[in-house]
Design a protein around this ligand. Sequence first.
Ligand code: NAD
Length: 497
Amino acid sequence: MSKKVPLYIDGEFVASKSEQWIPVTNPATQEVIAEAPCATQSEMEAAVASAREAFKTWKEVPVSERARVMMRYQALLKEHHDEIAEILAQETGKTFEDAKGDVWRGIEVVEHAANIPSLLMGETVENVARSIDSYSYTQPLGICAGITPFNFPAMIPLWMFPVAIAAGNTFILKPSEQDPLTPTRLVELFEQAGAPKGVLQVLHGGKDQVDFILDHPEIRALSFVGSVPVAEYIYRRGTENGKRVQAFAGAKNHCVIMPDANKQQVINNLVGSSVGAAGQRCMAISVAVFVGAAKEWIPEVAEAIAKVRPGAWNDENAAYGPVISPQAKERIEKVITEGEQEGAKLLVDGRNYTVEGLPNGNWVGPTVFSGVTPDMNLYKTEIFGPVLSISEVETLDDALEMVNNNPYGNGTSIFTASGAAARKYQHEVEVGQVGINIPIPVPLPFFSFTGWKRSFFGDLHAYGKQAVRFYTETKTVTARWFESDIEATGPNMSIHL
Ligand code: NAD
């Protein structure tokens, strides 16, 4: 019998009374390893009621005590790092090494949340008028919520609830229904770290549960990470309902290769950043743009990628795992077939890939196309699979034009030995996260995760100072204290201080 994933409401792990359950499968075998409930209306109402009650006391807990919960949480996550990575690898199919990276990037956000006292500091100016001072505080909003995707079941929930809760809010998490076991373990450890009852609730499910969150008037802010159509829907419906919304969406990330770059570095970096994690990263490189004579390296890039072998999470020689579901495999293979029909040159074909001993896995082999142009569906679609599209242009200006015309703006990189070319690219490119000789430039948590254009709907981004702003209100106080010997001046009828 598969495990029934519990909800987490009012500080208790509870068995849902739902009649609707979603199977959670091991993507390398199709074995059903768990079932996640679609939380019922009364369970969702109970989560909000508990979050409302908990907020009344949690916001009064001194900020240094809230920070200490995060310090203990960080220590527990580190202690259980490999165990969480194993749960994560089994439900996502990621290799153990990659799963550990997913957990680690989340732990770094908890470390950031442990610095909450200094992050919450407001501003002060003395004597804004004679004997009058102004200062600002940041105060929590109330109940916040997060809706997360399948591809980083540790890191992305940890982008959200530690920062929101450290800032004094309470939080409702709706993790991806495709891999809910990892977030469940994260929450067990959060409880062990001393998080009081009710500050965090977990509801499982799909669209109906998301709609409940979108429409509930007491939920003040909503963080979302997932695909573009859902991000747009969530941003629109959430903001129409008066909520603060940050919605991180899909991507098409370009790597520009200049002819003066180090060839071997380019090859090594392109392999890992394009097909690593089966391409299921929002910062994966999906388009390599070779400038001028750099195009001579394309056959060697294809050769290196062709050698990459996917396999099971615990196969030490596997470079990446299966894609998340049979539907994802079918969708990716369809885009590859269409790409060939559109006239792109298929240099490495990952369709119909098999892994010995695991005939039912959602395997997609490494795939490389050259001759890809912006009019092709292959170029326009976010494939979210181990597929690298290669384009050729003559100059850096041509490369910039191509990247800037693309509707997405999550990440990009340039490989070059020229400071001038790198400076020009960094300055002119219309993408929010730029790598210079770094293929996947995900900022560490003291910065923010700053996707642009159709990769992000909202204004304040995840983690860093921006997330603290997102989860708080600013209150500005203007104060005057009368000394007893100050003469009363009569009524002040003007707006001047
Ligand atoms: P998804 O949009 O299918 O699902 C994300 C969440 O939304 C899940 O919790 C799901 O239950 C919910 N959801 C799905 N359909 C819904 C609907 N119709 N109405 C309301 N809620 C719905 O995304 P996914 O497949 O889990 O994740 C992959 C996507 O996430 C990719 O597009 C990837 O680029 C993107 N992503 C973006 C970032 C980023 O930071 N920009 C990071 C990771 C992943």
